[in-house]
Write a protein that binds this ligand. Structure first.
Ligand code: ADP
Length: 710
């Protein structure tokens, strides 16, 4: 019974343990590769247990048979279970062995791999190490650079400070022309930068062979400055001046050359450097008791730089002074010259005017400066010319096109064009829209000074050939004008007075020659003929002089109307054909068209008569041809001869009063030298022009003039 209970108890413990663990085992068994075997094993266990429980119950209720069968079946199932368990164990062990094998293989593989990787890592490591080393080197380099940088930062700071200081020196001085002011600025900036209480500029004086401290030097009283001049041979400044180097001392009292002569300063440190005026050393710039380490080369360099900048300023200041002196000299000259002067900008705004011009125009400089000349001067034409050099051209149009008027002076004429390249040799003449000589005019200041001035207006050209303004210079010609007027009046009066008796003389001679006073013998005829020709010439001269005086006094009358040029030419040919045939010269009209021009027909007949008459006079073989053609809106008449011609040099002399060339010849031919002058006055008064178109000595001349078409 004891065994029974013991077994029962054990069975219950086992069952309980099994009941607790079986679900877990079952769970795992489900995942096992021997799932079915495990299930059988469990089934057997459960069956065994059920049999066992049944056996106990039956045993308790006393059924002997049933217990035997149950016992047998329990043993049977237990035996099967044991066998099954052994099989399972075998399989499990085998499997685990297999697994182990696989694991070992895998482990081997892993080992190889690990070794490989290790090798790789080792290699990598080496590389990394190398890189790290390199990195370290780099870092070191970086560090040294950083170190350098921090060093150079110091330098940078110094440089910045220096440049600041230098800028300060150059900026604070607005290139002051005021020497004292400049000295005070420069020395102040130098003292500030050197952290010094005093700084002075010394300028060399050759008379005393000393360096003289300049007024305005920083930190010095005027009295001290007055006494402060140092011997060039016995001072540190003198050494700096002579050796052209920066000199410094930290113990000035022990320097035998250091003390200025007339005044004692209680200072210990000093630095001084030479200053230049652009070319030569003119003195020194000295700094007393600077707080900065003047022994250090950096500070010394810095001081040298400061003194160099100061030199530039000093030389500029000197230059400005010179310019100012020059300017005031110029002003004085302008004031004192007898010429009037007025300067305007390119728009005609007054920039300068001198006393003479002020008086003449009756204006005051202070009232008119900067103002436009329009309405200020009292001469409309002059104002127009001054307010726009290209007045006769559409300047605005040129500017709108984005060009600017540029001019060059060539053969005493200003050739102006739109844009610079117009003067390029490949662009000869293109864009040129204005050709002008200096403009000249006489200005009679009847309301103010009663003087007459001959005025010349010239453009002021910039370096880039642009017209930046104009200058009007006026020369007093009052005396000349008065004398001319007197002369003209005299001539006019005498001509008038001469004309009547001369006409009488001529008429009477003619009558005598015609036999009205009786028979004239050959001898008398010859004398009378000479007298007649002489009086004719005299009368012509008187006529010419009367005409000139009329022209000049503005009394010449013109009867302007349209007329046919061909008729006028024919008329002249008719009157002169006798002379032509006498000299065996041809007179050839080249055109026969009826072209109407506008002018005073009689005066144009006079002009053609004079030109053809001259041509006949100066031609010995060949003849004279006259032609005309329409050029633009004008008719151009050309008179060509095959005569003696005129040299280029002589050409410029013609068309002026009493101007004759080829004197020896012309003397023989007679004439007054007034003909061409009168012709020019007539033609120009009618809106035309007259000129020598072509002339070649020995081959002939072509005179041409134009007249407006009707
Ligand atoms: P004048 O004929 O009375 O002397 P002009 O004024 O008409 O005065 O002419 C001035 C000068 O010009 C002449 O003296 C002469 O020397 C020169 N001249 C004019 N026409 C000719 C010409 N066709 N050929 C050569 N010389 C000329």
């Amino acid at each position: 019974l004891f065994y029974f209970y013991t077994y029962s108890f054990l069975a219950i413990v086992i069952m309980t343990y099994g009941a607790i663990n079986y679900p877990k085992i079952l769970k795992l068994a489900n995942k096992s590769s021997h799932k079915s075997e495990w299930k059988i094993a469990f089934g057997l266990i459960i069956f065994t247990l059920v049999s066992y429980v049944t056996f106990i119950i039956l045993y308790v209720f006393g059924s002997q048979l049933a217990t035997d069968i149950i016992t047998i079946s329990i043993f049977y199932f237990v035996s099967v279970y044991v066998l099954q368990t052994i099989d399972l164990l075998y399989k499990t062990l085998k499997e685990s062995f297999q697994k182990n094998n696989d694991i070992n293989k895998y482990a081997d593989h892993l080992e190889v791999m690990v070794q490989k990787r290790t090798q790789e890592y080792q290699n990598k490591n080496e590389e990394i190490e190398k890189t790290v080393n390199e990195l370290t080197d780099f870092k070191k380099a970086m560090l040294s650079i950083l170190e350098d940088m921090s060093n150079s930062e110091d330098q940078l700071k110094v440089a910045l400070m220096e440049s600041d200081a230098l800028n300060m020196v150059s900026q604070t001085i607005t290139w002051s022309a005021d020497w004292d002011k400049m000295v005070s600025y420069v020395t102040k900036v130098i003292a500030l930068n050197m952290e010094a209480p005093k700084s002075a500029i010394f300028i060399y004086n050759s008379d005393s062979n000393s360096l003289v401290a300049q007024k305005g030097s920083y930190g010095f009283t005027p009295k001290e400055i007055e006494l402060l001049d140092v011997d060039t041979d016995e001072s540190l400044n003198g050494i700096a001046y002579k050796t052209k180097t920066v000199i410094q001392t930290s113990d000035i009292q022990s320097e035998k050359n250091a003390c200025p002569q007339k005044v004692h300063f209680d200072h210990s440190k000093m630095i001084t450097a030479p200053v230049y005026d652009g070319k030569n050393i003119i003195g020194t710039i000295c700094c007393i008791d600077p707080n900065r380490d003047i022994k250090s080369s950096k500070v010394k360099d810095f001081y040298e730089k400061l003194s160099n900048v100061a030199s530039v300023i000093i030389s500029n200041s000197k230059l400005i002074n010179q310019i100012e002196v020059k300017e005031s000299e110029e002003q004085a000259i302008l004031k004192s010259i007898g010429e009037g002067l007025l300067v305007v900008d390119n728009l005609g705004n007054i920039e300068d005017i001198n006393k003479i011009a002020e008086n003449n125009f009756g204006i005051k400089k202070e009232d008119v400066l900067g103002k436009n000349v329009a309405g200020l001067l009292g001469f409309h034409e002059l104002e127009t010319l001054l307010s726009d050099f290209g007045a006769t051209y559409d300047r605005k149009h040129v500017e709108k096109m984005g060009h600017r008027m540029e001019c060059i002076l060539k053969d005493e004429k200003y050739i102006c064009a739109a844009g610079k390249n117009s003067f390029h040799k490949n662009c000869r003449g293109c864009n040129i829209f204005h050709v002008a000589a200096q403009k000249k005019m006489n200005l009679a200041f009847t309301k103010t000074t009663n003087f007459t001035f001959s005025a010349i207006i010239s453009p002021i050209l910039s370096d880039s050939s642009e017209v930046i303004g104009q200058v009007l210079t006026m020369h007093d010609v009052t005396k000349e004008v008065l004398m001319n007027r007197a002369k003209d009046e005299f001539l006019s009066v005498t001509s008038h007075e001469l004309r009547t008796p001369m006409t009488a003389v001529m008429g009477n001679i003619k009558m005598v020659l015609d036999g009205d006073a009786g028979k004239v013998d050959d001898m008398m005829r010859e004398y009378l003929n000479d007298a007649y020709i002489g009086s004719q010439r005299l009368l012509a001269l008187v006529e010419d002089m009367l005409n000139v005086s009329r022209i000049e006094q503005g009394r010449m009358q013109y009867n302007i109307s349209p007329f046919d040029i061909d008729t006028a030419i024919k008329y002249v040919f008719n009157t002169l054909k006798g002379i032509a045939s006498q000299k065996n010269l041809y007179l050839k009209p080249l055109n026969h068209d009826c072209v109407k021009v506008v002018g005073d027909e009689n005066k144009i007949i006079e002009v053609i008569t004079n030109l053809v008459g001259n041509a006949l006079k100066f031609t010995e073989g060949g003849g004279i041809s006259i032609g005309y053609a329409i050029v633009g809106n004008k008719l151009q008449v050309s008179i060509a001869d095959t005569g003696i011609g005129i040299s280029k040099e002589d050409e410029t002399k013609l068309f002026q009063k009493f101007s004759q060339v080829n004197l020896t010849l012309t003397n023989q031919k007679g004439g007054t030298g007034l003909g061409l002058y009168i012709c020019r006055q007539y033609v120009e008064a009618m809106g035309g022009k007259i000129w020598i178109d072509k002339s070649e000595p020995g081959r002939g001349t072509i005179f041409a003039f134009t007249l407006p078409l009707a």
